[in-house]
Design a protein around this ligand. Structure first.
Ligand code: SAH
Ligand code: SF4
Ligand code: F3S
Length: 472
């Protein structure tokens, strides 16, 4: 997740970012350029891809004109996300004319969804590679070098890239993402992810702990464990038969170092257990923050969405979280205008937002995705202007809730991990508290640096930021 997106109207995917290590070292004969779209899983996959390419003797570059291999790691979650990528692809046309040997690859969820059809639709594309096929990139590249278009979109039941050490891209050296599982078995009616990412599988617990330990040893201070549905993480040792649940994994990662903060995303409300909540409560360094997407506040719509919980069940879960961890931050994802949604359903959504008192939310207009349960069974019948108005009401509600939540923090003191300069001023540090809120405070003349923990007392706030002063 990305603070730039907080409380913004989400009808398009996060902008692509050029991604390359800060220093390009070594004598690489060829260079790759990669842009990532969509969720953190995709950004994390780009770090695996970079690792595979580096092994093959490719250096990374941030300058697309320098690249021999241009890769787009794409997202299909909403139609706009795909349109953004297609537009970007068009911008590479003149580049390829100037440099005919340059290869263009489409990776990720759009590659998986459209398969070889992408080659027909986008003449520029030489490679189409799905999320479980990145190990075959080297052979696909040599095939494309020989002038043959190359496609591998096979999904796997086992692939977790557990043994590949990611090359950290665009890193601040403080926070990192660690993928703990792939795919999703949930089949929410609106969602394309089960089709683009395949079946759920959990990564070897020992390789996860080893990766987190390595990050801690390199000076990282925060890891975010990633999966579409982290609470259903379940790994069995192939020889000893030892079982590891998500709560056990969290516990192991938390024990690496008290200086290493642990976060995770995303939790499905149906799967988060008391065991996970008690594990969070037991460790100071497991951040008190849960992203718990509700999607809709209407039980009827939730049923159509195949979310498998009711509004009451969801609200009881929120209550349980606050019972066990009174200071826990909670955020959500919300879809406006799903098939058949009435004004009453919409009011139920706003009501659940109020009752849950979210600290922030990611909010979207429903976008029908080909092949999903909803596309096959229901009619996308809420008019665009109605979707838009409902989304605006949802955003306005969240903006007020975010401000109220921040106002309650005035006067409190938080432990903050410094991430870097504030965007507004080099005289100020920016960091986050355990609840994932952005905290900005003057540097004063203290000798501090990113990665340090400090105590900050909050004196004021905006809707998106807590402002305070160093204490102690
Ligand atoms: N696995 C995560 C979500 C992954 S997708 C989870 O279960 O919460 C991120 C968010 O995109 C979803 O939570 C949902 O709110 C939104 N989303 C997914 N499909 C969508 C669609 N077809 N239209 C609009 N929003 C969608
Ligand atoms: Fe999509 Fe549902 Fe899986 Fe999340 S849990 S990725 S919304 S199918
Ligand atoms: Fe998008 Fe694929 Fe992630 S569809 S949200 S990049 S899993």
């Amino acid at each position: 997740m990305n603070d730039l997106l907080l409380n913004k109207v989400h009808d398009e995917s996060r902008q692509g970012e050029a991604y390359a290590p800060d220093v390009v070292t070594g004598d690489y004969s060829r260079r790759f350029y990669i842009e990532s779209y969509g969720c953190q899983m995709n950004f994390s996959d780009s770090e695996i891809i970079a690792s595979i390419l580096q092994e093959e003797g490719y250096g990374a570059t941030r300058i697309v004109e320098e690249a021999d291999l241009v890769l787009l790691n794409t997202c299909s979650i909403r139609e706009k996300a795909e349109q953004t990528v297609r537009k970007r692809l068009g911008e590479f046309r003149h580049l390829k004319q100037k440099k005919p040997g340059m290869l263009v690859g489409m990776l990720g969820c759009m590659a998986e969804r459209l398969k070889s059809q992408l080659l027909e639709e986008e003449k520029l594309v030489d490679l189409v590679v799905g999320p479980d096929a990145y190990r075959t990139l080297p052979s696909l590249i040599s095939q494309a070098d020989d002038g043959q278009k190359a496609v591998n979109v096979l999904l796997s039941r086992e692939e977790t890239y557990a043994d590949i050490a990611p090359v950290r891209l665009n890193t601040n050296g403080i926070t990192a993402f660690v993928s703990i599982m792939r795919g999703c078995n949930n089949m929410c009616a609106f969602c394309v992810v089960p089709f683009t990412r395949g079946r759920e599988r959990s990564r070897d617990a020992y390789s996860i702990v080893a990766e987190c330990r390595d990050l801690a040893e390199k000076g990282y201070r925060e890891v975010t464990l990633l999966g579409q549905n982290v609470d259903s993480y379940y790994w069995q040792h192939p020889e000893t038969g030892e079982n590891v649940t998500f709560a056990m994994l969290l516990d192991r990662v938390a024990r690496i170092s008290p200086l290493l903060r642990v976060r995770f995303s995303t939790s499905h409300p149906k799967d988060i257990t008391d065991e996970v909540l008690f594990t969070m409560a037991a460790h100071e360094n497991i951040c008190k923050y849960i992203h718990l997407p509700v999607q809709s506040g209407s039980t009827r719509i939730l049923q159509l969405m195949n979310r498998t919980y009711t509004r009451e069940w969801y609200l009881a879960k929120v209550k349980r979280i606050r019972e066990i961890m009174p200071d826990c931050g909670i955020s959500s994802d919300i879809i406006a205008g799903f098939c058949t949604e009435t004004e009453e359903d919409h009011r139920d959504t706003v009501d659940v937002m109020e009752k849950s008192a979210y600290d922030f939310s990611y909010m979207f207009m429903y976008s029908e995705r080909p092949g999903t349960l909803a596309a096959r069974r229901y009619v996308d019948d809420v008019p665009a202007d109605v979707k838009k108005r409902r989304l605006e009401e949802i955003v306005a509600t969240q903006n007020r809730l975010s401000l109220e939540s921040n106002q309650k923090d005035i006067g409190k003191t938080f432990r903050v991990l410094i991430e870097g300069d504030s965007k507004r001023s080099k005289q100020d540090w920016m960091g986050r508290n355990s609840q994932y809120k952005v905290v900005v405070f003057p540097k004063m003349d203290r000798q501090l640096q990113p990665g340090d923990y400090v105590d900050v007392q909050i004196h004021s706030c905006t809707q998106g930021t807590l402002l305070g002063n160093l204490i102690g």
